[in-house]
Design a protein around this ligand. Structure first.
Ligand code: BTN
Length: 257
């Protein structure tokens, strides 16, 4: 494996295979790993997605988790999901350098031509009080393969399927880290407003009818906006409803469990 050139902040731990990079960073966090520790694995045997779903993780795709020890409250830390989505969208767009439409699907997915290419899993732990003990940003990017429609909740794609050639994982990870550092600085300097603006420029399905699925309920409305805190604003018969957690689909999509 070549030596990676990462910004100083990142302390890289490279693993051939692990259950889940988020699990690994969590274990290391509990043992005192420092802010900026980054686990990168070539393969995951129990990759996890949002809301308890599986993230299929064969060799060839990117799986990494970054540990942060934030000094800000949990509510603000959750904005990092949108920061990361903006970063991944920029990275994917730069890598493809073609006419592919790279969009951000609320809350944290990145799509290419309407198909999911990346997932982001933010997990955190608080020792009590208002600040977090640690926060993990887990990112998976489909580089050479992607789940088939039948296994996945949403149609998926990969960089290779979208025409990218000669993408190497070390170079992709280097660019991800640089871009993440840059956007975290922007967030620190200008606040969530700057992130929200960049995210909205790439928003998938804005002003269109969508289905929102919560744990026990599915309903329809128009994706009117994302508010100043990252909640999805759903317009239903002229009334706005704020969605803070859930999955969204185009209104005409057949959705699976
Ligand atoms: C989702 O879209 O449901 C989120 C998927 C997140 C997958 C990444 S891969 C690296 C990290 N380790 C995990 O087990 N999950 C995240």
């Amino acid at each position: 494996m070549p030596e990676l050139e990462l910004p100083d902040f990142f302390q890289l731990i490279t693993l051939d295979r692990v259950d889940s990079t988020n699990e690994e960073i969590k274990r290391r966090a509990e043992l005192g790993a420092v802010d900026g520790s980054m686990v990168w694995a070539l393969e995951q045997t129990s990759g996890r997605g949002r809301r308890g779903r599986e993230w299929t993780s064969p060799r060839g795709n990117l799986y990494c988790s970054l540990l942060l020890r934030p000094s800000y409250p949990a509510s603000k830390a959750m904005q990092l999901g949108f920061v990361t989505a903006v970063v991944v969208a920029e990275l994917v767009a730069e890598t493809l350098q073609n006419s592919a439409r790279v969009t951000c699907k609320w809350p944290n997915d990145v799509l290419v031509n309407g198909r999911k290419i990346s997932g982001i899993l933010i997990e955190s732990s608080s020792a009590g009080g208002t600040t977090l003990d640690w926060l993990a940003i887990g990112v998976g990017i489909n580089v050479v393969s992607h789940p088939q429609q039948a296994e996945s909740q949403y149609p998926a794609t990969s960089l290779e399927a979208e025409g990218a050639r000669e993408v190497t994982l070390p170079k992709l990870l280097e660019r991800y880290c640089r871009c993440l550092e840059r956007w975290i600085s922007t967030w620190n300097e200008f606040g969530f407003a700057a992130i929200r603006q960049a995210w909205l420029q790439r928003a998938h399905g804005l002003h269109e009818p969508i289905l929102v699925r919560l744990e026990n309920e599915t309903f329809e409305g128009v994706f009117a906006n994302m508010d100043e805190d990252g909640a999805l604003v759903l317009e239903q018969n002229g009334v706005n409803r704020l969605i803070v957690v859930g999955d969204v689909f185009p209104a005409n999509a057949g959705i699976r469990g």
